[in-house]
Structure formats: structure tokens, C-alpha cells
Design a protein around this ligand. Structure first.
Ligand SMILES: Cc1cc2nc3c(=O)[nH]c(=O)nc-3n(C[C@H](O)[C@H](O)[C@H](O)COP(=O)(O)OP(=O)(O)OC[C@H]3O[C@@H](n4cnc5c(N)ncnc54)[C@H](O)[C@@H]3O)c2cc1C
Length: 479
């Protein structure tokens, strides 16, 4: 085990991608499960705080310590086993998303969740139930986690396999590998029926593994996980479709999301007019009259790809006069061009934020599909009324986009913070959520109260207490 006491040796671990900064006494880097068990046992005995660190790409300060020790999982970085027959991959928790994709390249198998940030680790993705563009077709991380090996805050351990331990209605009882009994009651709450990552996952008769996924590291340290893989499609057709107004774009979205649509995408990503304007600065040949764009991917086969392309053309021509300007991708290089278009945007926004020297405010809310256009227009009107600069893009297939407010001074920032709350409250009033993928962490706790009553949040605290009686692990996340 490596231990570092000197702050300048662990400064990088005091922040995450949100730029929120914390503090700690030391950094510990365990090299075995036994060491993690010892560290946690001692922390509970001495009531010392411990914060689990993944790659630090989180956007809510959830890996940022507020005192005590940082527990970095960086030595748990090995792929353990690929089982081609069962289509499963066992990995240690610090294996990065890009490493999983590289490992599986050419195997005919793939891991469906694909969050945009490829440096993130599987442990962090489990912590936040991360999702990505393909979540539109395949769902989020949760669906692809078959089992996890966990060390609990007391130092006990547990292998939790999907399908083995269920709640009896709202009551859980199970035993750790060392024989300790853990029992607790779930709060009776209905989670929003949209893509959702705010607070614990709770439903009657649920599987114990689902409580850990999205728990932001508050219930235990995941040391390894078995992932479910799928057979790769033979061919993927990618397209960036441009629109010169947003009405047609939303009509396209409504129609293509129907189960009997002539083309069925696996992802639908959105770029608003301000995104397109920003991208013109770095990406050549964007059609002159394009104001909005959707990036879609459709799984097909070599034999059917011409037919898929023809169907897409006919379908698209009903909704945009810019159909002939559509960018198509069939080979690797063309797909890279579309991915580059998508990935340049956060970078361009980041540059603006650097220039303005203000904190970025970005939403992570989602609403039921029938309200997505209304919600988008509501947000845009608010920004325009307040004369705030904004950029909106994201996973519109799941009616989930990130509305980013770029403020230039503290007056703008304070006005933006006020309407930020209105935007989240509106999502909740439409039956949506305040966070669809980034979680609550330390930065969004006040907004969880827009979604859940104090009783529900108290119910979450009681769950935490059952696992972590001395409240030592990832303290300050969620509640
Ligand atoms: C440019 C950019 C794009 C992004 N795009 C997406 C996206 O498309 N979808 C998305 O969902 N997110 C996205 N994110 C957010 C981020 O990548 C995810 O939240 C990711 O899951 C964090 O993983 P990490 O390894 O960096 O975890 P960290 O940030 O280090 O930690 C995140 C949480 O997980 C906990 N944790 C980490 N490892 C473990 C473990 N082994 N056991 C238990 N708990 C653990 C931490 O304590 C913390 O609470 C993006 C971020 C950036 C900067």
C-alpha cells in the first residue's frame, strides 16, 4: 500500500471535473482487497472519513474529499477475465471505459454503455450509474452490471450477484461474507419514470445490486465487477442531420422515436443553434443555413446498409430542407468525423468558460418524452429573457440534454443560479428528474429537495446508516 501525507503529492485528488475543491489529510493507494478491508475497518473503528477516488471525471464533486483519507482505486486496473460464451467481462474497478473498448475491439462483443468521457473508470460509472449516447437503445450502466465485489464501510465484504438478494417489498435483510447481518427499510418513493441518477435507486422487491449502482460510493467500495456484453452489430450507419429551424427537428425526433419508425436509431444526440455556431469555429463545411443538428446511429448489416441509407433519406426529407447536406458515416474514418463533431463541443465550451473565468452552470435534467419540446422552449425563453449566453446539447433521444449557461460576471452568475432552480423545478413538475446521469454529489444536494421530501431523504440516510454506522464513507455525497 502506498501512503502519501504531503498535500502537494495529492493535490490532483482534491478536485474533480466540476473544479470543486476539497481537503484531506492523506492519500492511500491500496494494492489488495485485504488492504481495503483493513483501511475501512480502521476508519470505522476510529470514525475517520474516507473518500473513494476514481478517475476524477465526475461533475458533481462526488469523489472530492471533505477531510480524512482519500482512497484511490488506481491499482485495481486489471481486466480479469473475458468469457466469450457467456458474453461477460470481469474487470477490476479502476479499468477505464476506453480500456474496455480497446480490449474488446475485434472480439465481436461490445459493452453497450458508452459515456462520452472515456477516461472514467468502471467503478466511477457504477458509482454514478453513468450513461451515454447509446443509452437511448441500450439503457444505462445498471443494466450491464451482473455482479460486484464490494468492501463495506465496516471492513466486511460481499459479492453481490444480480438475481440473488432481493428486498421483501420494502425490507432488506442479508449477511456479509463475514456473517454480519444487515437489515433496513427502503423509503416508499416512486422514482421518476425517465433516465434518472438522483439519490438511491429504490423500488419494492428490488435487487440489492441496484442499490449500489448509483449510490455514489456511499455504501461500499467496489473492487471488481462482472459486465454483461452484447454481440457487436455487423454495420453501423451514422448520420449528422442538419435543420434550419427547431420545429422540424422535434417532429423528426417524435417520429423516429416511434416503435414502428422505418429506421430505429441506437442513439439520438442534439446540438442547438448556439452549439452549431460554436462548432463553426473549429469544424469546416457545416452547411450555411444549418441552425440545429441531430447525430444518429442505426445498426444494420453489410447487406442492408444501402436500404437503411435509402430509408433514412426518405424519412429525413419529410422534416428538413437540408436533407442533401446530411453527413453520413459507414467506415471508421467517417464515424470518427462524426464523433469529432460531438466531442469538439465540450472543448469549445470549456474554452469559453476559461475566457470568462466563471463557473459553468449546466443542467442534467430529463423529462418524459412527450414534454421534451415544451421543456426545451421553456429553457430557451428563460435564457433569452435574462439575456444569458447558453449552449444546449445532449442525449435528446432520452429527452435529456445539458443546458449550459456561460456567465461573464458574478451578476450574470447569480441571475443564472436563480433560473437554474426554476429549470430543475420545471423538470420535476413535468414528471422528470433533476439528474439523469451525473448524480448529486456534493454540488447538487440542495436540488434533491425539489424532487424528494425530507422523509424520503431521511429514508436514504437510514439506508446509509445500516451499511455505515459511523458515517465514514464518501461523507457529503447525496444528503
Ligand atoms: C467531458 C466529460 C464528459 C462526460 N460525459 C458523461 C456522459 O456522457 N455520461 C455520464 O454519465 N457522465 C459523463 N461525465 C461524468 C463522469 O465521467 C462520470 O460521472 C463518471 O462516471 C465518473 O467516473 P470516474 O472514474 O471519473 O469517477 P470519479 O469522478 O472519481 O468518482 C465518481 C463517484 O464514484 C465513486 N467511485 C469511484 N470509484 C469507485 C469504486 N471503485 N467504488 C465505489 N465508488 C466509486 C466516487 O467516490 C464518486 O462518488 C462526463 C464528464 C466529463 C468531464
Amino acid at each position: 500500500m502506498i501512503v502519501k501525507h504531503n498535500k502537494n503529492e495529492f493535490e490532483d485528488y482534491l478536485v474533480d471535473a466540476s473544479a470543486f475543491e476539497g481537503f484531506a489529510d492523506e492519500l492511500v493507494i491500496p494494492e489488495s482487497v485485504e488492504e481495503i478491508k483493513q483501511i475501512l475497518k480502521e476508519a470505522t473503528e476510529k470514525s475517520q472519513k474516507i473518500t473513494i477516488s476514481g478517475a476524477g471525471t465526475g461533475l458533481t464533486g462526488s469523489r472530492v474529499p471533505l477531510g480524512g483519507k482519500i482512497l484511490s482505486m488506481e491499482r485495481f486496473n486489471k481486466v480479469i477475465n473475458l468469457d466469450k460464451e457467456r458474453k461477460t467481462l470481469k474487470v477490476e474497478s479502476f479499468v477505464r471505459i476506453e480500456e474496455i473498448a480497446e480490449f474488446l475491439a475485434g472480439s465481436g462483443l461490445f459493452y453497450p454503455p458508452n459515456p462520452t468521457e472515456k477516461l472514467a473508470t468502471i467503478g466511477g460509472n457504477i458509482g454514478n450509474n453513468a450513461s451515454g449516447a447509446r443509452t437511448y437503445k441500450y439503457g444505462a450502466t445498471r443494466k450491464y452490471i451482473n455482479s460486484i465485489d464490494v468492501v463495506l464501510p465496516t471492513g466486511d465484504s460481499k459479492t453481490i450477484r444480480r438475481g440473488e438478494i432481493f428486498a421483501n417489498e420494502y425490507n432488506f435483510e442479508f449477511f456479509t461474507d463475514e456473517g454480519a447481518r444487515i437489515s433496513f427499510e427502503l423509503p416508499k418513493v416512486q422514482m421518476p419514470k425517465v433516465k434518472h441518477a438522483a439519490g438511491y435507486f429504490v423500488e419494492p422487491n428490488m435487487d440489492l445490486i441496484d442499490l449500489f449502482i448509483g449510490a455514489e460510493g456511499t455504501l461500499g467500495v467496489v473492487t471488481s465487477a462482472e459486465l454483461q456484453l452484447l454481440a457487436s452489430p455487423e454495420q453501423v450507419l451514422g448520420a449528422i442531420i442538419f435543420f434550419d429551424e427547431h420545429e422540424g427537428m422535434f417532429e423528426f425526433l417524435n417520429e423516429i422515436r416511434k416503435v414502428d419508425a422505418v429506421v430505429l436509431p441506437r442513439l439520438i444526440e442534439f446540438f442547438d443553434d448556439n452549439s452549431i455556431m460554436l462548432l463553426r469555429g473549429t469544424i469546416p463545411h457545416i452547411p450555411k443555413s444549418a441552425l440545429y443538428a441531430l447525430w444518429i446511429e442505426i445498426e444494420t448489416s453489410n447487406e442492408k446498409s444501402d436500404e437503411t441509407l435509402a430509408n433514412l433519406y426518405v424519412f429525413t426529407s419529410q422534416f428538413t430542407s437540408l436533407v442533401d447536406d446530411t453527413w453520413i458515416a459507414l467506415n471508421d474514418q467517417e464515424h470518427k468525423r462524426l464523433a469529432h463533431f460531438r466531442h469538439q463541443l465540450p472543448l469549445a465550451v470549456y474554452e469559453k468558460i476559461q475566457q470568462y473565468k466563471q463557473q459553468k452552470l449546466g443542467t442534467d435534467s430529463a423529462v418524459p418524452n412527450e414534454f421534451v419540446k415544451e421543456y426545451y422552449e421553456y429553457i430557451v425563453n428563460l435564457f433569452k429573457q435574462e439575456q444569458l449566453e447558453y449552449v444546449i446539447w445532449g442525449h435528446i433521444g432520452n429527452s435529456h440534454f445539458h443546458a449550459n449557461i456561460l456567465t461573464k460576471d458574478s451578476d450574470e452568475f447569480n441571475r443564472a443560479r436563480k433560473i437554474y432552480v426554476d429549470i430543475l423545478a420545471r423538470a420535476v413538475s413535468l414528471g422528470g428528474t433533476i439528474s439523469a446521469e451525473h448524480g448529486i454529489g456534493k454540488l447538487k444536494k440542495e436540488y434533491l429537495r425539489l424532487l424528494y421530501s425530507e422523509d424520503v431523504i431521511e429514508g436514504f440516510r437510514k439506508i446509509k446508516k445500516a451499511f455505515d454506522p459511523q458515517n465514514v464513507l464518501n461523507v457529503g455525497n447525496i444528503f
